[in-house]
Design a protein around this ligand. Structure first.
Ligand code: URA
Length: 222
């Protein structure tokens, strides 16, 4: 069964530290990571206005113990900077606290990524909810369909196109669903960059961030 998270009273830093200890010490999470690899909690400003939510740690993330530090993460950092914001001023979390792994061949020690199962996501969701409760951001951005499934509910949509680029809600907070940055890594077209950027422009407007003419025109007609 998913964990029940009881956060202590105190300021955000104290509550986050308590949550971190809970998650990093969670026996279920620990049982999923291979020796030397890490359980991963979100990172960033506890006063962030904007919280990004991804899917799950990947190879680099489970080594460093920080979300979005591999190739997709480097692109996410650039996207955040294009919004005129620093990575350390937002909060970045994942649905999952461990890297869902599968052997690439029976008995292999090298492991591939796979999407988390519904059961795995349900297990980790209370930890994401606790991070949202502590940070209390103004709005949430779900990156890709796994994150959107986790936040909007399983089976609530078939394709990402049905839910992206419009405001939704999670726990009383506005939620924008957009593509996962790994989609841009696979399909580097200006069209897909523009699509994700239009979603982020909506996020900037809703968060009352300034939007310059130059920013408005990114990835147009190239
Ligand atoms: N992809 C994700 O969804 N999250 C990460 O932390 C890294 C890659």
């Amino acid at each position: 069964p998913p964990p029940t998270v009881a956060l202590p009273a105190g300021d955000k830093a104290a509550r986050w530290a308590a949550l971190r200890a809970l998650v990093l010490g969670d026996a279920v999470c620990l049982a999923q990571v291979r020796p030397g690899k890490k359980v991963v909690l979100g990172v960033g400003s506890l006063d962030a206005k904007i919280m990004f939510v991804g899917e799950a740690p990947g190879a680099e993330e489970e080594i460093q113990g920080e979300p979005f530090v591999g190739p997709a993460g480097q692109l996410l950092t650039k996207m955040i900077q294009a919004m005129g914001v620093k990575r350390e001023d937002v909060y970045i979390g994942n649905i999952m606290n461990w890297r869902p792994e599968m052997p690439t061949s029976p008995g292999a020690t090298q492991i591939g990524n796979r999407p988390p199962t519904e059961e795995e996501m349900r297990y980790c969701l209370p930890y994401l909810r606790a991070q949202i409760e502590i940070v209390n951001p103004e709005l949430l951005v779900a990156l890709g369909s796994t994150a959107a499934q986790g936040l909007l509910g399983f089976g609530t949509f078939k394709t990402l196109g049905e839910v992206r680029s419009r405001w939704r809600e999670f726990g009383g907070k506005p939620l924008m669903v957009t593509y996962h940055p790994s989609y841009i890594l696979r399909d580097g077209s200006n069209r897909s960059k523009r699509a994700i950027w239009e979603d982020l422009l909506k996020v900037m407007e809703r968060a009352a961030l300034p939007v310059s003419e130059k920013q408005r025109g990114y990835f147009l007609n190239k």
